[in-house]
Design a protein around this ligand. Structure first.
Ligand SMILES: CC(C)(COP(=O)(O)OP(=O)(O)OC[C@H]1O[C@@H](n2cnc3c(N)ncnc32)[C@H](O)[C@@H]1OP(=O)(O)O)[C@@H](O)C(=O)NCCC(=O)NCCS
Length: 159
């Protein structure tokens, strides 16, 4: 029997300049204070780890990770609204953690809004711990919002 897949399985691949229109459109729909096309382009130019989750030619999510001096930082992770709640965010985060480990980072950090309950739940579930707060870190409709700083200690990759 031949199984016919309605949608191709999403694949993770490095982000390219050609992806930036789709990435920026997802970003604008997902965040009240989105990154711009220029910020994503600068991340690519800076050599950050920029990855997209793509279903054929459609980008459905992305993640941006910086790694320096044994520390990794998740700078952005996002799944297109219409694809949220299907496990893609967890998949993206797991791959970013793998990447950090592969780059020999000893820990991985991220910041998240306390109001972003889904993201906070996901990060806790992946083993991140809250290690502090950055007061008034984010712009918000009521002025500013604190950031929760979270971290995950990483074991080195198996050789
Ligand atoms: C946060 C985000 C990346 C999660 O991606 P996602 O694909 O929707 O999440 P997943 O389907 O992989 O779910 C992973 C976990 O997130 C949490 N979660 C996701 N959707 C949820 C919902 N509707 N209600 C409660 N928890 C939810 C749960 O812990 C879930 O684990 P479970 O499936 O075992 O219950 C996504 O919602 C997103 O892109 N949001 C907008 C951008 C953003 O806020 N990025 C994070 C900035 S710090």
């Amino acid at each position: 029997m031949v199984a016919i897949l309605k949608e191709p399985f999403p694949l993770l691949r490095p982000m390219q300049v050609d992806d930036l229109d789709q990435v920026t459109a997802i970003e604008i729909a997902a965040y009240d204070y989105p990154w711009t096309h220029t910020i994503f382009r600068d991340c690519l130019r800076a050599g950050y780890n920029c990855w997209v989750l793509a279903q054929a030619v459609e980008v459905i999510g992305y993640g941006v990770l910086s790694v320096a001096a044994g520390e990794a930082h998740v700078l952005n992770v996002c799944v297109a609204r219409t694809h949220q709640g299907s496990g893609h965010g967890r998949h993206l985060m797991r791959r970013l953690i793998d990447l950090a480990r592969w780059h020999r980072a000893e820990r991985i950090f991220l910041e998240v809004r306390p109001s972003n309950a889904h993201a906070v739940a996901l990060y806790h579930d992946l083993g991140f711990n809250e290690i502090g707060k950055r007061p008034n870190y984010y712009p918000s409709k009521r002025g500013r919002e604190d950031a929760i700083v979270m971290a995950l200690e990483l074991l080195p990759p198996e050789d």
